[in-house]
Design a protein around this ligand. Structure first.
Ligand code: ZN
Length: 104
C-alpha cells in the first residue's frame, strides 16, 4: 500500500478511494454527519482535495454551506463495521432558465 499523506496538498478523492478510505462530511451547526465512498464523490466533485469537498454540498437540514467540513475516515481495525454509509444511487439534472428583459 502506498504511504498515506493525510492533509498533504496533493492527496485527492482518487487516492482516498485507492487507499480504501471514506469521507465524512459534517454540518457543525446541526451536528449531522454523513459518510461517503470517495468514488461516489468523484462523480459529483471530480478528483478534488479534502478542503474542496464540502464546497460542493449544502446541509440538507439547515440549508447552509458555511458550517460543512469534510474529513478522511480511516478503517479502525481493518473495516468500517457499523458505519452508516450514504451511497450514490443516481444523479438528476435540473434545467434552470435564465431570463433577461430587453427592448426591441
Ligand atoms: Zn446544518
Amino acid at each position: 500500500m502506498r504511504r498515506i499523506r493525510i492533509g498533504a496538498p496533493r492527496y485527492g478523492l482518487s487516492d482516498a478511494n485507492t487507499d480504501g478510505m471514506l469521507v465524512k462530511i459534517k454540518c457543525h451547526a446541526c451536528s449531522i454527519t454523513h459518510c461517503y465512498r470517495p468514488a461516489d464523490l468523484i462523480t459529483i466533485c471530480g478528483d478534488v482535495q479534502l478542503d474542496e469537498i464540502a464546497g460542493f454540498f449544502r446541509c440538507e437540514s439547515c440549508g447552509r454551506k458555511a458550517f460543512l467540513s469534510a474529513d478522511w475516515l480511516t478503517a479502525q481495525g481493518g473495516d468500517f463495521k457499523g458505519i452508516r454509509l450514504r451511497r450514490l444511487v443516481g444523479v438528476r439534472l435540473v434545467r434552470v432558465y435564465d431570463w433577461e428583459d430587453g427592448t426591441l
